[in-house]
Design a protein around this ligand. Structure first.
Ligand code: AMP
Ligand code: MN
Ligand code: MN
Ligand code: MN
Length: 276
């Protein structure tokens, strides 16, 4: 069974609408699928309906941006009730600073010779509440400042580069609380992407475990094949279940497409073990 529990529609920084994304995942062979837009659950009803139409199992999800020990970390919530009031309110608060941040990103880019980035990025935004660095990245490619998205993130938009605006997101406690309050399970997204060091990563895992966190992503489009084994080991060590998902954003743009992601290693328990 191909279970894919992490991807983005145009309700956040993906390019396909929720229904088109469901069809795309299904055609690529996915049998069980979660939509996990950044800080937004507005696509879930459409995604569920389209998944049901093609008889693909559907898991309602979200990817919450948090600030932990000064680092931006992403917490995926799965099997959430997308109508839960505390979750909905918490996500709205988390999203609320994005537009102002976008204007600041644009001001910084203007200072290094890239004018009009706010308006440029906005052309790629489908949900005005959810302006993401990805939308700026698409504009920087379109205007010829960079050749591709990875180059944009190397040269701009990341810590230490022009176009990076520090931002305070939700806390780990809030994110896990919102997810659990909505009946869901919390999963640390792509742990291999954070530059926490071994001690920092251990502290994050310990705190997440104490709060009742359930799983970590092991096989994700954001990990290298080496990291699949590293995080399978970490899942065993800390007693986490393992999740899997492409982190798909757009055809031809994401590092791994739905059909190309390997299965979970055999030595972990899938987060979906009692779902399907
Ligand atoms: P934001 O939530 O606005 O800070 O944007 C974060 C998003 O930027 C992530 O969800 C990815 O979609 C994208 N992103 C971050 N780093 C990279 C990278 N190195 N290459 C491509 N996309 C990236
Ligand atoms: Mn994204
Ligand atoms: Mn993420
Ligand atoms: Mn993601």
């Amino acid at each position: 069974m191909n279970v894919d529990l992490h991807c983005h529609s145009n309700v956040s920084d993906g390019v396909l609408a929720p229904a088109a994304l469901a069809q795309y995942a299904h055609q690529a062979g996915v049998n069980a699928w979660a939509l996990t837009d950044h800080d937004e659950v507005g696509g879930i009803a459409r995604a569920r309906a389209a998944a049901t139409d093609v008889r693909m199992r559907f898991v309602p999800g979200v990817e919450i941006s948090i600030t932990w020990a000064g680092h931006t970390v992403h917490i995926v919530g799965l099997q959430i009730d997308a109508g839960n009031a505390a979750l909905v309110d918490g996500l709205a608060a988390t999203r609320s600073g994005r537009d102002a941040r976008g204007r600041e990103i644009s001001d910084q880019l203007a200072k290094v010779g890239i004018p009009g980035a706010y308006e440029g990025a906005l052309k790629f935004v489908d949900n005005p509440d959810l302006m993401s660095r990805t939308h700026f990245a698409r504009y920087l490619v379109e205007c010829g400042a960079c050749a591709n998205l990875p180059e944009v993130f190397r040269k701009y938009l990341v810590e230490g580069k022009p176009g990076y605006v520090p931002h305070r997101w939700a806390s780990l406690t809030q994110a896990v609380g919102w997810i659990q309050g909505a009946g869901g399970v919390a999963v640390i997204a792509h742990p291999g992407r954070y530059k926490l060091g071994l001690v920092g990563e251990g502290a994050l895992f310990d705190e997440f475990k104490q709060l009742g966190g359930t799983a970590i992503e092991v096989v994700t489009g954001s990990h290298s094949p080496d990291q699949y084994q590293v995080y399978a080991e970490q899942a065993r060590r800390y007693g986490f279940l393992a999740s899997r998902g492409t982190d798909f954003h757009a055809p031809g743009e994401s590092r791994v497409d739905f059909a190309a992601l390997p299965p979970l290693p055999g030595n972990v328990t899938p987060v979906w073990h009692d779902w399907f």
